[in-house]
Design a protein around this ligand. Sequence first.
Ligand code: AMP
Length: 444
Amino acid sequence: MTFATLGLIEPLLRSLETLGYQTPTPVQAQAIPAVLAGRDLMAAAQTGTGKTAGFALPLLQLLAMEGPKVTANSVRALILVPTRELAEQVHEAVRQYAENLPLSTYAVYGGVSINPQMMKLRKGVDLLVATPGRLLDLFRQNALKFNQLQTLVLDEADRMLDLGFSEELGNIYKALPKKRQTLLFSATFSDAIRTLAGQMLNDPLSIEVSPRNVAANTVKQWVVTVDKKRKPELFIHLLRKGKWKQVLVFAKTRNGVDALVEKLQGLGINADGIHGDKPQATRQRALDRFKSSEVQILVATDVAARGLDIEDLPLVVNFDLPIVAEDYIHRIGRTGRAGATGQAISLVCADEVNLLSAIETLTRQTLPRQMEHDFEPEHRVPDTDASGQVVKKPKKPKKPKTSSSGKRNLGKWVESGEASAPEPSIKPVRKVPVFNTGPRKRKP
Ligand code: AMP
């Protein structure tokens, strides 16, 4: 199969040739003809599967072939994305695909001055990439009209909901023309997303190119167990031992990012950090320097987890596990993209066992564990498996005591009925419920 057989026009085929895309990826093979035929889409695609081209190529073709010329302050196609970085990245991809077409494209997002964006929108743009908050600001200030809107794309829709954009999405939805094409893309699909899809989509074609909620199988994943306080030391040890060249590291909090970057820089290691407290320009600069290998280690909060496309990124390290299990898939999706192989290592301490269990349940796999010599944890990380149970092993039983009735307390597993035995040497074992990570209700 080629892009030409999917029905793409020659100016797009030329752009793809320049970019070196030879064969459509599975999501592209399914999405492109459907979008060209005017269908609404609900697409579950893994990160790194080429979904951006899957919606952008046919969208650009429709804009070039159909519809009126764009008028002042109008947009003809809107791509909504959850983060500023993703807005830049999707726009960059769109710009490259549209290279040979007479279409205007632009990206708007918060964290930067709104005035240049208002100026730019005056003439109208054919295709606008936007984050929801800034889009609404522009709309409310009359810098944007939706009367010409033909197509709406919701990219990383689940993430938009996770980030609390559901009210913004509702308000945008109310402002859009009812007659339009809508494409909903998401790496993971929750019940909330399906509800959103029910409201926004009209007889959508469902595309599912990969098993739901499974990370790319080209990514080798494992866990190194360690005590919390020794994580920085272990990271530095692994970095040196593995001679890591380029690594994206995820930490839970902004302070965590800053502390690790400071520690690494203090040791003369070439590291930088990005998180939501940093100005947009600083974040973009750090990312660009990391992409061009000027920076060896980029430490980030989950703001950087979505959609970032870093060519040939070999390694992602979860310095802390994410609070929301779905974020694990997005984080490790930064490596192993477009069929390349990658590695994802998670440093896990005993406190994080429920988070680990939730990830294993979601991805339906038990992550292999390793311990690093000299870093064996004092606080053991309880066993977990993909069934969603944390298996709490009891402490080693002391020498069995003999009860007054002469019955010996034999077990690790003391049933509640036996609790009347005098002074049982160990407590009953309880299976601990898994940390609930979101609206998805999954049976173990
Ligand atoms: P995405 O999942 O849209 O973020 O794309 C992941 C990466 O795959 C990007 O670097 C794209 O440029 C690249 N890519 C997308 N489609 C193709 C294709 N058909 N052939 C080669 N590379 C592709």
